[in-house]
Design a protein around this ligand. Structure first.
Ligand SMILES: Cc1ncc(C[n+]2csc(CCOP(=O)(O)OP(=O)(O)O)c2C)c(N)n1
Ligand code: SF4
Ligand SMILES: [Mg+2]
Length: 350
């Protein structure tokens, strides 16, 4: 019997098994005004392609709103709506609930429609974090919230956000003679925090558009699994990170290869690292972070000690955290032993 909490069916979006199987149609197409080499624009294109035609996309204020919908022109081929900077979570719930009500009342045809709300790091990790957190507690609605993280409030001229890396030069943290580093806070683990704090949310992942197939398949999984889901994408931004646009793809790869950006997914309570991060988690050597940092003008003021500090923080994340990129603590020895014991017991009774 259907209850108030009953869910609508989702679309069945099987993973693309190789690039040759990726559909040719585009739902985010030409006509946008993002910078040359903008990785966030690529994220929009891949996200829309992965979702397909029966999709509604909601976008909060930021580069991916302003540059993609200028003066009565747009590159969106699917229905699209702007929402306030911190409102991607509430826009997602409202739209999913509205569709459900319209279908229940017979005002529109019963069919699975994808709902995707995207936000930048300023809109998602800072201003709209509570709205996303609330959204992820509604198991009865199907939607994906995708946070594209270019590590600054880029649209308003590269101000520092909670996702800006340690020491980076932004318009709010310019290096000077009196203080070389104005920004000394470490970036938050948004995907990890949302996965850990929302047990009803069946899918959370990090992605990187330098690995497009993997990225699109995480979007397809998030839209098919049912209920609220979240994806965090790291997006090189030539303007804010200060590098030649031709390097966007390489920087996306380096973020993963240096271990700065772990790729993982949490599906129905099971955590998996994937792609090159899986190999790193299994012991593959990481590239030195200097290869990533020194290709970006925003770190041009770094001296050796800054690079070493950055490397130490990344090493600690992989070597000392309970879950690299997710949980920055360790288990006390007595708890570790007790948990190992109960795991053996579970296995022996299984
Ligand atoms: C409530 C509110 N405060 C400030 C602004 C001005 N504003 C527009 S876009 C933007 C930057 C958003 O940064 P982010 O979410 O990271 O997206 P990006 O621009 O980097 O794509 C700001 C501060 C706004 N539109 N609304
Ligand atoms: S500032 Fe960065 S995120 Fe914004 S359009 Fe340019 S490259 Fe893209
Ligand atoms: Mg941003």
């Amino acid at each position: 019997m259907a209850t108030e909490l009953s869910m609508l069916p989702t679309q069945v979006l099987a993973p693309f098994k190789g690039v040759k199987k990726v559909t040719i149609e585009e739902y985010f197409t030409s006509g946008h005004r993002t910078c040359q080499g903008c990785e966030s624009a690529l994220v929009m294109k891949l996200m829309a392609k992965a979702a397909g035609p029966r999709t509604i996309i909601l976008g909060s204020t930021g580069c991916m709103y302003v540059a993609n919908t200028t003066y009565y022109s747009t590159s969106w081929v699917v229905p699209w709506m702007h929402t306030q900077l911190g409102a991607s979570g509430s826009a997602a719930v409202g739209t999913a609930a509205g569709l459900k009500a319209l279908m229940r009342k017979g005002r529109i045809k019963q069919e699975p429609i994808n709902v995707i709300a995207f936000c930048g790091d300023g809109g998602g990790a800072d201003m709209g974090l509570s709205s996303i957190s609330a959204a992820l507690t509604y198991p009865e609605y199907n939607f994906l919230i995708l946070m594209y993280d270019n590590e600054s409030y880029a649209n308003t001229d590269i101000q520092l956000s909670g996702m800006t890396p340690y020491g980076a030069n932004t318009t709010f943290s310019p290096p000077g003679k009196a203080r070389r580093l104005l920004h000394k806070r470490w970036k938050k683990n948004v995907a990890g925090m949302l996965a850990a704090g929302h047990p009803e949310c069946r899918f959370v992942a990090t992605v990187d558009a330098s690995y497009p197939l993997e990225m699109m398949n995480r979007v397809r999984k998030a839209l098919s699994i049912g209920g609220p889901t979240f994806i965090h994408s790291l997006d090189p931004c030539p303007k804010g990170w200060d590098y030649d646009p031709i390097q966007s793809h390489d920087l996306g790869e380096l973020a993963v290869e240096t271990g700065v950006w772990p790729l993982f997914e949490v599906e129905d309570g099971v955590l998996r690292f994937y792609g090159k991060s899986k190999a790193i988690a299994q012991g593959r050597k990481r590239k030195p972070v200097r290869e990533y940092l020194l290709r970006q003008g925003r770190f041009a003021h770094f001296i050796e000690e800054d690079i070493e500090y950055f490397q130490t923080k990344i090493d600690q994340m992989w070597e000392r955290w309970l879950l690299p990129g997710i949980a920055p603590f360790r288990l006390a020895d007595d708890i570790k032993k007790a948990l190992a014991r109960s795991e053996t017991e579970i296995e022996s009774t299984a």
